[in-house]
Design a protein. Structure first.
Length: 190
């Protein structure tokens, strides 16, 4: 058994660790000026996942990805998500073209990271490199501007980090399941 003092020390250490473990991605350095547009290509094959990193402007937006020209599922609301929440945007193959978008307030308007797809022709997304923390993996951070015409161009209305993680092959699944079965059998009975 741990003493109350030991418990307190452990709790304090855990709190300090959790504070240090949360590192917000950088914010757009030159608000008011359009950011350079970025085009994205899948660097690997697997599940394309977005991790919410914050920023909630006045509008409620959902996030999605256009993979090889086809818009995928939308989710990860900027008003209903907590830092680190994740959402699967789709499955990709290495070399696929990726364009991220936000779906504005259920209006049917979408602003894409490719300005050529936007009704206002403005670039709505700024990308930067993110080192990762305990809740969000290292990867590319993408921050959106959600106002028609660019508005304040601060790119602080919806942001996330994306990651592509390998989906286990059927053979690996079989191995994993076999391993789990062995462990289950080894478990002593009460
Ligand atoms: Ca804004």
């Amino acid at each position: 058994m741990k003493s109350p003092a030991q418990r307190l020390a452990l709790a304090a250490a855990a709190l300090l660790f959790s504070l240090a473990a949360h590192a917000d991605p950088e914010v757009y350095p030159t608000p008011g000026t359009p950011a350079p547009a970025t085009s994205f290509v899948a660097a690997a094959s697997g599940q394309l996942k977005a991790f919410y990193t914050g920023q909630a402007g006045g509008l409620t937006n959902l996030l999605g990805a256009r993979i090889n020209g086809v818009d995928g599922a939308i989710g990860l609301s900027n008003h209903g998500s907590a830092y680190g929440d994740s959402f699967v945007l789709g499955t990709v193959a290495a070399g696929d073209s990726l364009v991220f978008f936000i779906d504005i307030d259920g209006s049917g308007v979408r602003f894409y990271s490719d300005p050529a797809l936007n009704s206002d022709g403005v670039n709505h997304a700024w990308a930067s490199t993110y080192a990762g923390d305990a809740l969000v993996p290292a990867g590319t951070h993408v921050a959106f501007e959600d106002l028609e015409g660019g508005g304040d161009l601060n790119y602080r209305d919806h942001s996330f980090v994306f990651q592509i993680s390998a989906v286990p092959e059927p053979a690996s699944w079989a191995l994993l399941l076999a391993g789990a079965a062995v462990l289950a059998r080894r478990r002593p009975r009460r």
